[in-house]
Design a protein around this ligand. Structure first.
Ligand SMILES: [Zn+2]
Length: 283
């Protein structure tokens, strides 16, 4: 090979090598970049899922809150004044009730709270006419099914509105009520997290078509509300926050809020005319 050809060969092969290196570099950058894009897309997907879950939870809280907002037509103080009227003060014969969270007679109120981590282990989805999917502990669901059947036989159609609520849902609901009505107003219509019977899976809010599926005080004087008031105990439930007992229960009249206690205790409470607090001799 002559010197001139050798030089050309060297230049050509160096050029070729440089070109090969360039192609490799470009391809590597391309692959790295598209991997990054994929990771980013995956990340976005996860963020979207979390966001839509949050939206769903917020929607549930708003729906529950809206159904009870009608109670607040009156200023909170008016409700307190109306409700604090002469209550039948009788000497209490304290019944024995268990403080175990799983006990169906546990007392939960503003002075007796339960753990933020408590979730009943026997929750079932209630298979009854409902305004939304809702759950109860199985024994309470059985009682409610019998109560609804008795109501139907009497010509009334009841609807479940809100049963079990997690600690987190109750926290959001209470916060919504504080934001909307202030602390005093919220305290009358909404339990603080850990102080709600709904977290026990033993309470159900019921309504009817005539009440527009809302939770209204007027429900108490409708035929459906009167049927509940006079018959719920036969199936293990009491109207937990009766009219005129706000000074004892701490809550405004809620003709829709049923608490499961079992037939025996519910019947005794019904016959005594006492609130659960009075019956158990505990505030
Ligand atoms: Zn309730």
């Amino acid at each position: 090979m002559r010197v001139k050809n050798k030089k050309r060969f060297l230049i050509a092969s160096t050029g070729l090598a440089a070109l090969v290196i360039l192609v490799i570099v470009v391809l590597t950058i391309g692959i790295w970049h598209s991997n990054e894009k994929l990771a980013e897309a995956e990340n976005n997907k996860n963020t979207q899922t979390t966001a839509s879950l949050k939206v769903t939870a917020a929607k549930e809280v708003k729906t529950i809150a809206n159904t009870q907002s009608a109670v607040m037509g009156k200023p909170a103080q008016t409700i307190i004044n109306e409700e604090i009227k002469t209550s039948n003060e009788v000497d209490t014969t304290p019944a024995i009730n268990s403080t175990a969270t799983d006990s169906i007679t546990i007392l939960v109120n503003k002075n007796h709270s339960i753990s933020s981590t408590y979730v009943p282990d026997d929750l079932v989805t209630v298979d009854l006419p409902s305004t939304r999917n809702t759950q109860l502990r199985s024994i309470a669901a059985e009682g409610l099914t019998k109560l609804f059947a008795a109501a139907e036989n009497a010509g009334f159609e009841l609807y479940c509105c809100s049963g079990y609520r997690s600690y987190a849902t109750q926290a959001e609901l209470y916060a919504w009520n504080v934001e909307t009505y202030g602390v005093d107003g919220a305290e009358l219509v909404s339990a603080r997290p850990g102080m709600s019977e709904h977290q026990l899976g033993l309470a159900m809010d019921v309504t009817s078509a005539a009440e527009g599926f809302d939770l209204l005080e007027s429900f108490g004087s409708t035929p459906e509300g009167l049927f509940i008031k006079e018959n719920a105990h036969k199936y293990g439930f009491i109207v937990r926050y009766p009219e005129g007992k706000t000074n004892i229960t701490g809550y405004a009249y809620e003709p829709w809020h049923l608490r499961y206690l079992g037939v025996d205790v519910a019947t005794e409470i019904y016959n005594s005319g006492k609130t659960m607090e009075e019956y158990f001799g505990s505030n």
